[in-house]
Design a protein around this ligand. Structure first.
Ligand code: ADP
Ligand code: ADP
Ligand code: MG
Length: 666
């Protein structure tokens, strides 16, 4: 076994690898860029080596720097995590030359699977079912249209070197095929410096289901069940789970055996993932193989009880797999939600910044038998940098069944406190609350279908609203009690709260009053009394307790004269007023926010690099409209829905304020 390994990555995955290595008694070396000098993975590792400036092209992606760091610290092996150098064959070559072990597959397997066209040919030869299509490089638009017609619409045009959901377009007719060829190859050229594209059949209403494989260097290879990753936004995974609610044991076995056949065909070693696209009739087709640890590997660990990082390290050290296929048992259900620093109500634009408060939910067992796990690379006071993937954490739950795991996820999201940077927790909570999610009726179109006009937050249903108002009233009572204890103040402070209040939200006054009792209060609201029980104290960000016996986790904060409550993905702003003030508030004119849905606004302060549509032009949802550069990054702004451009308000080169108008639609 190795004495010391280096982790050639950052963020949550670097931290996660370090944890396992430490448990195995292996010393760890972190590497870090200038932007990451104070990062969590640097603090967690036994040693750390600086490898260059913030941009990853000058640090985390420079293979020579990593090799140097190994030689300097005496690390015998490298775990690459995911992204960065994890699937770069040249990196493995360099390590090999320097006598350092790569904790991953052999360079040949990486090479063979790194290219989508080549890997499909290989899969076909290994007897794996592949998506019908044309496994050649398309040379121009005309050829794209003619091959697409031959395959039969709809088709998908894909970059052979693609990854991370980039460089792919769906086409339903010749015009879209020509257009899609152009944009897919452009995107491929700029993202992967390789513009080869190919075309395959687009599977409709598809699910993304992938098989985890694990192989040693002694010819043993097993599959560790599947993960369903159908909940995607723009072909990128948002929620993953294991097992899939769609697979029956026969299909699971058939997919598993094909995945193993493919792995064996390339003499695979280490952990790898064979991705399939699955049709509504359970027909399945090979998509690609990822020759690395996958972002969503924790759900497999939760249902198999295995530590994939440990097994990768053992296999790299030459050990045999300690179990066979018959020993692999799937137990219970696990779900993962990716928590990103992005604003779901602003078309998921990055919302990075310094994390002023960071309180992830407690890890470990819960009262109902479920478990919570948080894989994170962030700490309170740390910064989510613009240079890297804006992932904050992965929240993972396990339960004996899917419903329990889902409930645990909802409650863990309620209790996940992040301030300073923006985050997508409300969106994740909304997904967990979808009836369709509960029924397991998933497809890669789920997000687009459930949120056709984007995500605009959610409104709590009547019962939840009543409970949240009771929480706000009780909190206000605590403020009144505290105020009454301050000496030298005008009399009557506490009496104010006994006379009755109104809780005002959404322009509606709800009369209420609070009667403190042991362990909480009885709150009367709209002529109904609710038993509110909690250990909450003023200043706690998290309110946990029960309302009429229903357990609630609520994030609560006082902002000026308002209480802001967050629960179940909904944010609620409540004012607690005296009845007189409530009456007067109801008479105040309401300033309606102007309707901005007809405008494309600048999501951030920045430079307008280009406007690519003209006045009078028809635009389609998803179409590129303008490019804004901010903090050295180009952000492509796209149409949220179909429409026609009425007026272009800002010209190329303009310096934009946040929310400044760029384009007006009809
Ligand atoms: P997974 O399949 O493990 O869920 P993702 O597609 O989410 O992986 O990608 C994992 C990480 O690797 C992300 O940070 C993504 O940006 C990065 N990534 C994946 N493929 C590529 C690629 N071909 N080039 C650059 N980055 C990639
Ligand atoms: P990447 O390398 O970017 O991960 P993949 O080939 O794995 O690319 O595809 C990513 C996603 O795109 C899939 O999870 C699926 O949602 C969608 N997709 C890819 N190919 C097809 C197809 N032939 N039919 C339908 N959807 C597809
Ligand atoms: Mg993929």
């Amino acid at each position: 076994m190795f004495d010391k390994i280096l982790i050639a990555n950052r963020g949550e995955i670097a931290c996660r690898v370090i944890k396992t290595a430490r448990r195995m008694g292996i010393k760890t070396v972190a590497v870090y860029s200038e932007a990451d000098a104070g990062a969590l993975h640097v603090e967690m590792a036994d040693e750390a080596v600086a490898i260059g400036p913030a941009p990853s092209a000058q640090s985390y992606l420079v293979a020579d720097r990593i090799v140097e760091a190994c030689l300097k610290t005496g690390a015998q092996a490298v775990h690459p995590g995911y992204g960065f150098l994890s699937e770069k064959a040249e990196f493995c070559e360099k390590l090999k030359k320097a006598g350092i072990t790569f904790i991953g597959p052999d360079v040949h397997a990486i090479g063979a699977m790194g290219d989508k066209i080549e890997s499909k040919k290989l899969a076909k030869a290994a007897g794996v079912s592949t998506v019908p299509g044309y496994l050649g490089v398309i040379k121009d638009e005309a050829e794209a249209a003619s091959i697409a017609r031959e395959i039969g619409y709809p088709v998908m045009i894909k970059a052979s070197a693609g990854g991370g959901g980039k460089g792919m377009r769906v086409a339903w007719n010749d015009a879209e095929a020509r257009d899609g060829f152009r944009s897919a190859s452009n995107e491929a050229r700029s993202s992967f410096a390789d513009d080869r594209v190919f075309i395959e059949k687009y599977i409709q209403e598809p699910r993304h289901i992938e098989i985890q494989v694990l192989a040693d260097t002694h010819g043993n290879c097993v599959y560790l069940g599947e993960r369903e990753c159908s909940i995607q936004r723009r072909h990128q995974k948002v929620i993953e789970e294991a097992p899939s609610p769609f697979l029956d044991p026969q299909t699971r076995k058939a997919m598993g055996e094909q995945a193993v056949a493919l792995a064996k065909a390339v003499q695979y070693r280490s952990a790898g993932t064979v991705e399939f696209i699955v049709g509504p009739d359970k027909s399945f087709y090979f998509l690609e193989m990822n020759t690395r640890l996958q972002v969503e590997h924790p759900v497999t660990e939760e249902v198999t009880g295995l530590d994939l990082v440990e097994l990768m390290i053992r296999v790299a050290a030459g050990e045999r797999l300690p179990f066979g296929q018959e020993d692999v048992k799937l137990n219970g259900w696990s779900i993962e939600a990716r928590v990103y620093a992005e604003d779901p109500t602003r078309n998921f634009l990055p919302a990075i910044g310094r994390v002023t408060r960071y309180r992830p939910p407690a890890e470990g067992k819960r009262a109902d038998g479920s478990r919570v796990r948080v894989d994170t690379g962030v700490y309170e006071g740390g910064e989510i940098s613009m240079y890297y993937d804006p992932m904050i954490a992965k929240l993972i739950t396990w339960g004996p069944d899917r419903a329990t795991a889902t409930r645990a996820m909802g409650e863990a999201l309620d209790g996940f406190v992040i301030r300073g940077a923006g985050h997508n927790i409300s969106f994740l909570a909304a997904l967990m609350g979808l009836e369709r999610f509960g029924e397991g009726r998933l497809s890669t179109n789920l997000i687009a279908e459930e949120f056709p006009d984007g995500f605009h937050g959610i409104t709590p249903e009547a019962d939840t609203l009543r409970r949240l108002l009771a929480v706000a009233l009780m909190a206000e009572r605590r403020v009144a009690e505290r105020d009454a204890m301050i000496s030298g103040q005008a009399t009557g402070q506490l009496r104010r709260s006994l006379e009755g209040w109104v809780a005002r939200t959404g322009g509606v006054n709800h009369p209420g009053s609070v009667m403190p009792v042991d362990g909480g209060a009885d709150v009367r609201l709209d002529d109904r009394t609710m038993a509110v029980r909690t250990g909450w104290e003023l200043g706690d960000l998290l309110w946990t307790g029960t309302v009429d016996g229903v357990p609630m986790t609520v994030q609560i904060e006082r902002k000026g004269t308002r209480w802001v409550l967050f629960h179940g993905g909904a944010e609620l702003s409540v004012q607690v007023l005296t009845p007189r003030a409530g009456d007067l508030a109801a008479l105040m004119p309401v300033k309606l926010p102007p309707d901005m849905s007809k405008f494309l606004l600048s999501p951030m302060p920045g430079l307008l690099v280009s406007v690519v549509v003209a006045e009078g032009e028809e635009v389609k949802a998803g179409q590129e409209l303008a490019v804004v550069e901010a903090m050295k990054m180009e952000n492509i702004l796209r149409a949220e829905s179909d429409g026609r451009v009425k007026k272009v308000h800002a010209a190329k080169g303009a310096s934009l304020a946040v929310d400044e108008k760029i384009i007006e639609f009809e």
